[in-house]
Design a protein around this ligand. Structure first.
Ligand SMILES: [Zn+2]
Length: 402
């Protein structure tokens, strides 16, 4: 006789029950684990999370399957005494959610077997979605959506789901979707005319209760395809989130939801085009700007013009363009910087007829602004976090060139 009679085996919709406390033990953090002679609480197992609820008003946080020792109910608050009669109550919305995800998994897994002979190797109920690992050759969006289509048809046909018991010998002759490693009698879950599989979880009475299955995403993982799906209440919650996201994006374009992808793609293209246009205009303006900077800088005693300048929000490409325009003049060195809200950039360059190692100068300057940089002896780039010291970094570099 097992320590706990598992009422959920017979009725997955039983949410209230009476039982007697047969054992209790203190757990960490002052919680107590209570064992009952019978329970409707489903303990964590088979990829399905535990039920929660109350036991005589005390909170049941989690249930643990201790196999032959029964089901442990981890209680927060005052635990009942051994021998006491108690009233248990399951959190129904959570149980319904688990029934929908778990039964949905049976249906979706069988759909993959029916269509592609692709078995499911793993199943997990996560916080907001579920995952199955399917051994499917050459998965594509179309193949996966085909299985989802079949699964939803089975749901909408509202097929009956029954619990059967079979001995190991009887089960060996049945077309089970997966084998069980359990010894003794097997608990089989049959979806009328569609699926037969050994399972100890909580299932819907009929497939219609699952409501809907939708696949959120999938990826290849370790030779399998990991498929993320949602069923029932989770499918609705996910639709609401997805719809809100899509409508928010559409709102940025003052457009309808379904027009947003096209408009976003167009905007990305336009942005690229504008970027190209800005670059070519910058080339022109860098030439003009370089002339002005060159003209306003006097040569030093060695006849070299050291042009130093700090800009606001100028990207590396643009700084480089300006530096190149400057060093097209003979005897010229450009020490340019740009200040952004959280970073500083530097470009140092010299004309081929001057001497000086821009790479070394850049490394020294970057050390001052807490950053990194380098390059060749005639052109180097860098950046750092310490925006305050950008001017000092350029001045120090300029000093060495006087
Ligand atoms: Zn199951």
């Amino acid at each position: 006789m097992p320590a706990t009679e598992r009422l959920y085996y017979h009725d997955s919709h039983l949410i209230e029950f009476e039982a007697r406390v047969t054992d209790k033990s203190e757990r960490v953090s002052g919680w107590t684990a209570v064992t009952l002679d019978r329970t409707a609480f489903y303990p964590t197992g088979g990829g399905q999370p535990s039920d929660t609820g109350t036991l005589d008003g005390a909170r049941v946080l989690e249930c643990i399957d201790a196999e032959d020792e029964g089901v442990l109910h981890v209680i927060q608050g005052r635990a009942p005494d051994i021998g006491a009669s108690v009233k248990g109550r399951i959190d129904w919305p959570r149980r319904l959610d688990h029934i929908q995800q778990h039964t949905g998994q049976h249906i979706l897994s069988q759909a993959f077997v029916t269509l592609f002979n692709a078995p499911t190797r793993g199943f997990r109920v996560l916080d907001e979605s579920c995952e199955i690992d399917v051994e499917i050759a050459n998965p594509t969006n179309e193949l996966i959506e085909h299985a989802v289509e079949l699964a939803n048809n089975v749901i909408w046909e509202d097929r009956q789901i029954t619990i059967k018991t079979a001995s190991t010998e009887e089960a060996a002759k049945l077309p089970l979707r997966k084998e069980s490693s359990r010894q003794g009698d097997l608990r089989l879950i049959e979806i009328d005319g569609f699926d037969l599989t050994p399972c100890g979880g909580t299932h819907a009475y009929r497939t219609g209760e699952v409501g809907l299955i939708a696949v959120r995403s999938w990826e290849r993982a370790k030779g399998l395809s990991r498929i993320e799906f949602v069923a029932g209440v989770r499918a609705l919650a996910d639709y609401r989130r997805a719809n809100k996201t899509a409508r928010t994006v559409a709102g940025l374009f003052s457009a309808g939801r379904d027009d947003a992808p096209k408009l976003a793609a167009r905007m990305v293209e336009e942005n690229k085009e504008l970027h190209r246009r800005v670059r070519s205009l910058e080339e022109v303006s860098a030439g003009v700007e370089a002339e002005e900077l060159f003209a306003s800088t006097s040569p030093n005693s060695a006849g070299v013009r050291v042009v130093t300048q700090i800009f606001a929000n100028r990207d590396a490409e643009s700084l480089k363009q300006l530096a190149q325009a400057l060093i097209s003049h003979p005897n010229t060195i450009a020490l340019l910087g740009s200040r952004e809200h959280d970073a500083a950039r530097l470009v140092f360059a010299r004309s081929t007829d001057t001497i000086g190692d821009m790479n070394t100068l850049m490394r020294e300057a970057c050390a001052i602004i807490d950053g990194r940089g380098g390059g060749k002896s005639d052109m180097a780039q860098g950046g750092g976090k310490n925006i305050e010291k950008l001017e000092e970094a350029i001045n120090e570099a300029a000093k060495t060139l006087i």
